[in-house]
Design a protein around this ligand. Structure first.
Ligand code: BGC
Length: 523
């Protein structure tokens, strides 16, 4: 038995060294000392994806509770009812972060745990107690909390009353919620993120209609309600103003006393031209503008990009002068989630099968393949590919368009494709994830050497969790979760991070040999 185990382990090491060697971007490797001492290394999660405890201690019904309970909406009919049961196991989870040597953790607050019916009901003190315990225990372990106030899940009450983000009333609701968070947690939370990825919410919820509230119109889908051309513009506008007003409240009522800082997260894919033709090069610019600058131009400069105004005219909402004053500069740092690079193809000068609507009306199409060859190794997500150089390019782009802002990479991660193997052993020996993070971190170091002021890097995710409509089988975690028993088992990648960061994660699995692994990586 021992001989078989040893052979199995040697095979894993051999395969891992092969896959490291084969990667074109595998360079000098990285060390903790490539980053400043005060750099934050953390993991990221969100409430609905990990907490469970969905009817416990007064939590109200959220949009995702309603959506996930409709059969067919989520793969295998998975729901967040139990998820990782983090609601009961958070101490064990904090312990894992600590043993990996992480000094930061980004998590989100479940709106309905604090305000079961939004501002139309009482504050649920038991929800406050839960997050107080998390924050206090993180701080005891020397882990800095980065708190996202809203990450996709919102009170069903607000959907029912006025269609949540379709209504400008939602701005008031969000500010009401944010203010409670600042008041209750702001003495200890020094890094706030108002909203996670408004650009993804508009895409998935209001263009494609595959996330709640499932609004869309042809050619994007056949939802019972929605208008994929107009609604995303309204939703984005309300989310941006909600953000700006919450930042205004924070700055005027809390920041001075509490001494924290605040921002918002948007996702940013990188794009490369499908051909060397100048039109595809211009399509790359438009792809970035119509997805990322759509969010950040208003926050940094006070208005939408002119290219979007040219396309949408008066359909694109306008900011009043008062609103411009509030939104302009409503950030202390830029937070970006980066997962992939795609090819961009121009659709103004040559035809595209989808009419050139990707991202929203940008007259371009994006894809992962050129002549049937993928831009990078495929992952467990159809449109995510492993292209480490894309992170350097993303940070360079941000630093050029919005100079001199501190930057946090608030999500970057790898989901295991079925081709990596479905057995627990295969999933736990995640050499491709190790490779992914090592090469993306090396790319980040290059961006920092180019002059970007990057302050932190967060892995998506701490542990396998509910990957929204893809369910539990799309795994992004550094820690394996058995969704039957809820047992957690650190993957090879968790050990790799512990080794990089000087954590004391103990080798606990018969199929991993941490000592040999350390020797391989940091001899
Ligand atoms: C979201 C996460 C999600 C991850 C992987 C991000 O867009 O913020 O909630 O799990 O991507 O798809």
């Amino acid at each position: 038995m021992a001989i078989i185990k040893t052979l199995q382990f040697l095979l894993i090491l051999f395969l891992s060294s092969q896959s490291f060697a084969q990667n074109e971007e595998d360079d000098e490797g990285i060390k903790r000392s490539d980053f400043p001492n005060h750099f934050f290394f953390g993991t990221s999660t969100s409430s609905y994806q990990i907490e469970g405890g969905y009817v416990e201690d007064g939590r109200g019904t959220s949009n995702w509770d309603v959506f996930s309970h409709i059969p067919g909406n989520i793969k295998n009919s998975d729901t967040g009812d139990v998820a990782d049961d983090h609601y009961h196991r958070f101490m064990e989870d904090i312990e894992m972060m600590s043993s990996m040597g992480m000094n930061a953790y980004r998590f989100s607050i479940s709106w309905t745990r604090i305000l079961p019916k939004g501002r139309f009901g009482k504050v649920n003190r038991r929800g406050i107690v839960f997050y107080n315990k998390i924050i206090d225990n993180l701080l005891l372990k020397g882990i800095e909390p980065f708190v996202t106030i809203h990450h996709h899940d919102l009170p069903d009450e607000l959907d029912k009353r006025y269609g949540s983000w379709m209504s400008s009333h939602m701005q008031e609701d969000f500010v009401y919620f944010a203010k409670i968070c600042f008041k209750e947690f702001g003495d200890r939370v020094k890094h706030w993120i108002t909203i996670n990825e408004p650009n993804l919410v508009t895409l998935m919820g209001y263009i494609k209609g595959v996330y709640p509230p499932a609004h869309c119109s042809p050619p994007f889908g056949n939802c019972s309600v929605g208008n994929s051309d107009i609604e995303p513009l309204i939703v984005m506008h309300n989310m941006l103003l909600a953000h700006a007003k919450a930042v205004f409240i924070y700055r005027t009522q809390f920041q001075k006393k509490q001494g924290g800082s605040i921002g918002l997260v948007a996702y940013c894919h990188m794009y490369e031209p499908l051909t060397n033709n100048e039109f595809d090069l211009q399509a790359v610019d438009r792809a970035l503008i119509f997805s990322f600058a759509w969010v950040y131009d208003p926050i940094v400069y006070g208005d939408y990009p002119k290219e979007m105004r040219e396309v949408f005219g008066s359909q694109l909402p306008s900011f009043s002068n008062t609103e411009k004053n509030i939104i302009k500069g409503s950030l202390d740092y830029i937070c970006v989630n980066h997962y992939t690079t795609l090819y961009a193809k121009d659709c103004l000068h040559s035809p595209c099968s989808n009419g050139g609507d990707r991202p929203i009306k940008g007259f371009l199409d994006t894809m992962g393949y050129r002549n049937s060859v993928s831009i990078g190794d495929p992952t467990g997500m159809d449109r995510f590919f492993v292209v480490p150089r894309g992170l350097e390019k993303t940070i360079n782009y941000i630093n050029q368009r919005y100079p001199n802002k501190p930057i946090f990479v608030t999500e970057n991660g790898y989901s295991t494709p079925p081709s990596d193997g479905n057995k627990v052993e295969d999933i736990i020996n995640d050499t491709k994830r190790v490779n992914f993070h090592r090469n993306y971190l090396a790319s980040l170091v290059r961006a920092m050497r180019n002059g970007a002021d990057v302050r932190g890097y967060f892995v998506w995710s701490l542990m396998d969790n509910l990957e929204w409509i893809h369910g539990f089988n799309t795994r992004f975690g550094l820690v394996y979760v058995d969704f039957q028993t809820l047992e957690r088992r650190p993957k090879l990648s968790a050990h790799w991070f512990a080794s990089l960061l000087g954590g004391n994660l103990q080798h606990s699995s018969s199929i991993l040999n941490k000592n040999t692994f350390d020797h391989l990586m940091y001899d």
